[in-house]
Design a protein around this ligand. Structure first.
Ligand code: PFF
Length: 455
């Protein structure tokens, strides 16, 4: 391995294009695909929402991903350092580092609540091993989930374990172990989702689910749903949070950024759609509510597993893989901050432990939002934030405000402030397609969505 390519204090470059793809897919595929996509699709009425989400991935998400990886490779530093350095070398204000700062902060806020949700997978693994899902009815499954949420102690325990796992890998350098683990686990998760879709086909409600997911009813689409779809396109692709920029910094010069990004976006979207196809037939077959919210998969999937032969085995495997998928995402969330502090002379271990500790503390407010503070809605006086707990607000602030704003600034930077010859040198022949999209189409689309939401 190219250990001698190592920059001072930084992990070495990815050993191959495949390794980068797997790390980027590891970051992209996570709770966003399997937990969040199904539940927000359920909450926002299905088909039309899915279509808008797919359009957001193609027209905004993918071009921004290319921009971020390109900037990362060009700057070769942490997202903050990269933005300052590339802006400086383009003769622009180093204030563009602000884009990196906002991205680092975004990833940090996400990590604080992501860790709490990822923690849920662990009691589910234990329940699956103990055979608790065997023959379970939808109502019992709902009660099981409700019991978990009602227990701050349990949530805090698993949140702590998950944050510890994240810090552990981050402290050791992301390449260490991550590359090898992710190349095996992502394909396994994919196969398991296919098995679940296979099961979902036997429920007799597969057609209904296809209709729900793919038959758009635009009359049900609100401006806010469009914003949620847009925000989710960024969330699911790990954009505007420094992850892709940080990983791009470890990418070798000879790898095609555009081709690689297309592969990552396809795989990520594929996993989300498979998750939808696995979950909604079960929802309809059991008379569950598609708009049930964040508990959707934790209530529906045990019911499905419980009816399968080998229920305990498949359920265990599924939640273990979901845990790993979340883990490889959370590691990338910490990377912006850790790589930045590392540049400033703080050791990776100290940076990871310090960053993890603060995110863990903030995460406690999410733990409490699910029970003791469920009625605490600090911005409830504004119609838009009515009924939103602290956890809901973190999610809203990051996905619906900070990420679209960060993406807009990134598009404006690469489309208007950076010399096209410089981005062309990184992107080769793909530049001709990419450039007009990030220069005009992506920013205009972003501004339109903002406009209709502020109106
Ligand atoms: N893309 C991850 C998911 O879909 O679960 C979430 C995520 C990872 C967001 C890394 C932001 C980030 F920096």
């Amino acid at each position: 391995m190219a250990e001698n390519n190592q920059r001072a204090g930084n992990p070495a470059q990815w050993s191959s294009r495949f390794a980068f793809i797997m790390a980027a897919v590891g970051s992209a595929v996570g709770l966003g695909n399997i937990w969040k996509f199904p539940y927000i699709t359920g909450e926002n009425g299905g088909g039309a929402f899915v279509l808008v989400y797919l359009a957001c991935i193609a027209v905004i998400g993918l071009p921004i991903m290319v921009a971020e990886v390109m900037l990362g490779r060009r700057g070769g530093k942490s997202p903050i350092g990269t933005m300052a350095m590339v802006a400086g070398s383009e003769g622009r204000s180093r204030g563009w580092a602000g884009v990196g700062i906002m991205a680092t902060l975004t990833a940090f806020i996400i990590l604080s609540f992501y860790s709490v949700i990822a923690g849920w997978t662990m009691p589910y693994i234990l329940a699956a091993v103990g055979g608790e899902f065997s023959g379970i009815a939808a109502e019992e499954s709902g009660a099981l989930f409700g019991g978990l949420l009602a227990s701050p102690g349990q949530l805090l325990l698993w949140h702590s374990v998950f944050m510890g796992l994240t810090v552990l890998v981050s402290a050791g350098g992301v390449r260490h172990g991550l590359e090898r683990a992710v190349t095996k686990l992502m394909p396994a998760l994919f196969v398991l989702l296919l098995i679940l879709v296979g099961y979902a086909m036997t429920t007799g409600h597969f057609g209904e689910a296809i209709g729900f997911l793919f038959r758009p009813d635009f009359s049900a689409l609100t401006a806010e749903a469009v914003l949620v779809a847009l925000g989710h396109a960024f969330f699911t692709l790990s954009l505007a949070s420094g992850a892709m920029m940080a990983y791009g910094a470890y990418l070798k010069k000879d790898v095609s950024i555009a081709r690689t990004s297309v592969v990552v976006a396809f795989m990520d979207t594929g996993v989300a759609l498979l998750a939808g196809l696995a979950i909604f037939p079960i929802v309809f077959a059991n008379g569950l509510e598609p708009g049930a919210g964040p508990g959707l998969i934790f209530v529906t999937l045990p019911v499905a597993f419980g009816q399968m032969p080998g229920s305990s085995f498949f359920a265990t495997l599924f939640f273990v893989l979901l845990l790993f998928a979340a883990w490889s995402s959370s590691i990338s969330m910490l990377e912006s901050l850790v790589s930045y502090l590392n540049e400033k002379g703080v050791s990776r271990v100290k940076a990871a432990v310090g960053g993890g500790l603060v995110a863990w503390l903030v995460g406690i407010t999410t733990v409490l939002s699910l029970n003791e503070w469920a009625g605490f809605t600090p911005l409830g006086m504004f119609e838009r934030f009515e009924g939103k707990t602290l956890f809901d607000l973190y999610d809203y602030l990051t996905a619906n405000i900070m990420m679209p704003l960060g993406a807009l600034l990134t598009a404006l930077f690469v489309g208007w402030k950076m010399k096209p010859a410089h981005s062309a040198a990184e992107l080769g022949s793909w530049h001709r397609v990419w450039y007009p999209v990030v220069r005009y189409l992506s920013p205009i689309a972003l501004l339109i969505v903002f406009y209709f939401n502020l109106k």
